[in-house]
Design a protein around this ligand. Structure first.
Ligand code: DMJ
Length: 644
């Protein structure tokens, strides 16, 4: 049966979380009578056991009678200790208390499902496994080469390839978006020929295009073109004053073009009467205007800051960061529904418009950038950005409370929508776009380090555990959105069977899937645009949990892309209907297939030390930027080598 709201701490089965609120006495007794200690005690002689008990008793006495001095708290667990943990104790007491708190650092209790598939805490994968994943990574690299050659042959310099009609199409303002979106993927894969082709095209053409082109969307241009230039700058050694690329232009070329582009994009901020930028920019004369409906999308205006902040850091000019961060400072002041926000905002009034709340289109990356911008800026001394973390935490509480439900009959966890705001009814509808959320939740929980390390260092709060659990549950649902269809590819939008909603005859077509009655796919939502969100989350979850099932799921999805979207003459295509065989094809290869989907798959199958998640932050288009401390220390040097 489906469980109703809230999806919260009761859904978290990890034992470690509980220890945070235990008294010392409980910690001692429970440590003695559970887990490893319990097993060991059984084999001990009674004398040894009593001796141990007396030592602990003595320790309790010391702690009870200790005088009081302040205790330090770790930044990450700030605000999460109980009052009891804030009690002050002597130095001896502090040390002893730490010892006691370390005792319960146990691996989480894994669900049956996880036990079967997981190699989490069992050490390194064996050699055979590593060979298998290297070979699979090579397959992804070949797919990238196939996609790039199709584009190069028929559409070089256009924004996108139409692979069936074998021509180019400018759907993003005509800046050669596929070239720029693909470049850092080629760098990461060590594909020097592609780096040279893309880099030379950018060096010879992009500035001219920028100065001559008309309307572009501020958000799309920032995440794909500006983001692509900035990560190419970093990966080719720009931050280190080196040229790590054996081929293509010098890194400063990417930076010069990025500045030129961003200077024009800034007009969206400076011509708006509020801190909320207009949605469109006329590049050729650096002017900006609102969209036809006069509104900006919430996600669009809040998904520019990673790029603008990084540009300020490397150019030494604060103006980009200043404008971008005004948006978040303004958002901080606006009313929200348990941290959740409507999907439209007016650049004229600075107020939200309408009540529609969702984590899919127009809402999604607002939540993603709250935590990622905090991760990017948290070590910087010149400002206090904790409010971003607080807004993120509040929003995720809102998600768990208001948007998460489980399906009938198999209890898949999904994130629905509130089309009428907090007072309207719940809609069991989820865009594929929402599948970015598992990755973001996992990243927000451990801040990029592995779950194992975070647990060992006692860094995870109860909310972190709740978010991690939701991340893992939701990633499964996202994966099942693929496996429930005939093609093994997800639809753009899915509905879910709940106690209030069901429509018969709208399954995905794969009758052998056990979730065929849980997931409903309406006729208009059956297309697949080669989107990255699910494989992005599988990549992040694999890095954080080290659970090989995420790699296997990614491999399954990759094989379906190969089987149904590959076009013989070059490139990959979007599909019109993932539920029927053979699927009808749509004739479009989106730039994010090369920029994101294939990059995340490649990284998922590769060595986890490449672009580590605690040193880099990926923008929403999968362009990695180093986090401040990593810029000079580690950035770049390992990137251009590739791994094959
Ligand atoms: C990409 O451009 C970005 O990931 C964006 O945040 C959402 N849409 C596409 C991919 O689906």
């Amino acid at each position: 049966m489906s469980k109703s709201l809230p999806y919260s701490v009761k859904d978290v089965h990890y034992d470690n979380a509980k220890f945070r609120h235990r008294s010392f006495f409980k910690v001692i007794t429970q440590t003695l009578f559970t887990s490893d200690m319990k097993r060991e005690c059984v084999s001990y002689s009674t004398g040894k056991f009593l001796g141990l008990f007396m030592i602990f008793g003595l320790a309790c006495l010391i702690l009870t009678h200790a005088s009081k001095t302040p205790s330090a708290t770790d930044g990450l667990s700030k605000g999460l200790e109980t009052n009891e943990e804030h009690k002050v104790v002597t130095d001896v007491g502090v040390r002893f208390k730490k010892l006691l708190r370390r005792a319960p650092r146990l691996p989480p209790r894994l669900s049956g499902n996880e036990k079967v598939s997981s190699g989490i805490f069992t050490g390194k994968p064996n050699e055979h496994d590593e060979e298998k994943w290297k070979a699979r990574q090579r397959n992804v690299k070949e797919a990238f080469i196939h996609a790039w050659s199709g584009y190069k042959k028929s559409a070089m310099g256009y924004d996108e390839l139409l692979p069936l009609s074998m021509q180019g199409f400018d759907g993003l303002g005509g800046l050669g978006a596929t070239v720029v979106d693909s470049l850092d993927t080629a760098m990461i894969m060590g594909l020097e020929e592609v780096v040279s082709e893309a880099g030379s095209w950018i060096e010879s053409n992009l500035l001219e295009r920028i100065s001559q082109k008309g309307d572009v969307n501020l958000f799309e241009t920032t995440i794909r073109v500006l983001g692509g230039l900035l990560s190419a700058y970093h990966l080719s050694g720009g931050d280190q004053d080196m040229n790590l690329a054996n081929t293509g232009p010098k890194p400063t070329i990417y930076l010069e073009i990025a500045k030129n582009l961003a200077d024009r994009l800034l007009s969206a901020f400076t011509s708006s009467p509020t801190p909320i930028p207009y949605s469109d920019v006329l590049l050729k004369n650096s002017s900006a205007h609102p969209a036809h409906n006069l509104l900006s999308s919430t996600s669009e205006v809040s998904t520019l800051q990673l790029e603008f902040n990084y540009l300020s850091a490397i150019s030494g000019d604060p103006k980009y960061k200043t404008e971008g961060m005004k948006v978040f400072a303004h958002f901080k002041t606006l009313p929200k529904v348990e941290g959740l926000v409507p999907i439209y905002i007016s650049p004229h009034s600075g107020e939200f418009i309408g009540q529609e709340i969702r984590l899919g289109s127009r809402g999604d990356s607002y939540y993603e950038y709250l935590i990622k911008v905090w991760l990017q800026l948290r070590s910087i001394q010149d400002g206090n950005f904790t409010y971003l973390y607080d807004m993120y935490e509040e929003a995720m509480r809102g998600v768990r409370h208001l948007l998460v439900q489980k399906t009938i009959p198999n209890e898949l966890v999904f994130v629905g929508e509130l089309p009428g705001g907090s007072k309207g009814s719940f809609s069991p509808k989820m865009d594929h776009l929402v599948c970015f959320l598992p990755g973001t939740l996992a990243l927000g929980a451990t801040k990029g380090i592995t779950k194992e390390k975070a647990m060992k260092d006692n860094l995870l709060t109860i909310e972190d555990f709740e978010n991690l659990k939701l991340a893992e549950d939701l990633a499964k649902t996202c994966f099942e959105m693929y496996s429930v269809t005939s093609t093994g590819l997800a639809p753009e939008i899915a509905y879910f069977h709940t106690k209030d909603f069901y429509e018969d005859g709208l399954g995905g077509g794969n009758q052998s899937s056990e979730y065929v009655n849980d997931i409903i796919i309406k006729f208009n939502d059956r297309h697949n645009l080669l989107r990255p969100e699910t494989v992005e989350s599988l990549f992040v979850l694999y890095r954080i949990t080290q659970d090989p099932k995420y790699r296997e799921w990614g491999w399954q999805i990759f094989q379906s892309f190969e089987k149904y979207t590959k076009v013989d003459s070059g490139g990959y295509t979007s599909l019109n209907d993932v539920t029927t065989l053979p699927p009808q094809r749509r004739d479009k290869m989106e730039t994010f297939f090369l920029g994101e989907t294939l990059k995340y798959l490649y990284l998922l199958f590769g060595d986890s030390s490449v672009i580590p998640l605690d040193k880099f932050v990926f923008n929403t288009e999968a362009h990695p930027f180093p986090i401040k401390d990593a810029i000079y220390l580690e950035g770049g040097s390992f990137m251009m080598k590739g791994t094959m």
